[in-house]
Design a protein around this ligand. Structure first.
Ligand SMILES: [Fe+2]
Length: 259
């Protein structure tokens, strides 16, 4: 998918470069602790590599139960993961006494077993279900691991108010299997919604939330009287990492950066 965006490429990129925005941008993911299902989640963050994944039982720091799971009962957890329709039977049903995590982990293993064979047994569910995100400086984001998403953000000519966003979905391929021909690019117009890019599946409906405030952020930056943005210690670390590198490469370092 190719989409012209009405903001600077760095603003567009930052909307996909951290998880801090999730609570406000994707409110459907936030539930109260009365939810009893889901073992919590973890957010690993090492500069330009990030991972959102189910928490390990041994994790000390993890999101509370209920976060990132829209669930009143185990079937709700599974419906959320696989998608569901109010008027149709669930795609995958939880058996009596079965935990939703067990069921989803098994489903993910079965899916990848068809692609990589028994090598699938070498991988922990955290690796298989987690969203690994890589940010290759300055503008390339192949999620890597078992994730299929690749983002690229580019300037639009010399216009600092415009940029180009691309989303590529990769197809897992068994060893030795012939590569299919490249998929045609779906070009969207600036007023089109990413939800119209049917190639992205449910990802398009998530991404329209991510991009909803980009133009406002662009305008807001121009109104900042203090002249700089305050970033959070942990969740915004990838954004800070990018700007540290960017300033160095562009010769914009101040004394604090250089130290
Ligand atoms: Fe997001």
């Amino acid at each position: 998918m190719w989409w012209p965006v009405r903001c600077n490429w760095k603003i567009a990129q930052e909307a996909f470069l951290e998880a801090w925005h999730s609570w406000a941008t994707h409110p459907q993911m936030v539930r109260t602790p009365i939810d009893q299902f889901g073992g919590g989640n973890r957010w690993d963050d090492f500069g330009n590599w990030m991972r959102y994944a189910p928490a390990l039982p041994t994790d000390v720091h993890k999101s509370p139960r209920g976060m990132f799971e829209i669930a009143e009962d185990p079937q709700d957890v599974v419906n959320y993961y696989y998608g569901s329709h109010r008027n149709e039977a669930p795609k995958v049903s939880v058996a009596e006494g079965q935990s939703p995590d067990e069921l989803i982990n098994q489903g993910v293993h079965d899916y990848f077993r068809a692609v990589i064979g028994d090598a699938v047994d070498n991988y922990h569910p955290v690796l298989m279900r987690g969203g690994d995100m890589l940010a290759v400086f300055p503008n390339f984001h192949p999620w890597g691991g078992f994730s299929r998403i690749v983002y690229r953000f580019r300037p639009s000519g010399n216009d600092p108010e415009r940029s180009l966003m691309e989303v590529i979905l990769l197809q897992p391929l068994a060893e030795g299997e012939a590569r299919p021909p490249p998929a045609p690019i779906h070009h969207l117009g600036p007023d089109d919604s990413m939800a119209n890019a049917v190639e992205l599946g449910h990802l398009g409906r998530i991404a329209i939330q991510d991009v909803a405030n980009m133009e406002a952020v662009q305008q807001g930056l121009k109104q900042l009287r203090r002249g700089y943005v305050i970033l959070s210690q942990h969740h915004d670390a990838p954004v800070r990492k990018f700007h540290d590198l960017y300033n160095r490469w562009m010769g914009l370092e101040d004394e604090e950066d250089a130290a």
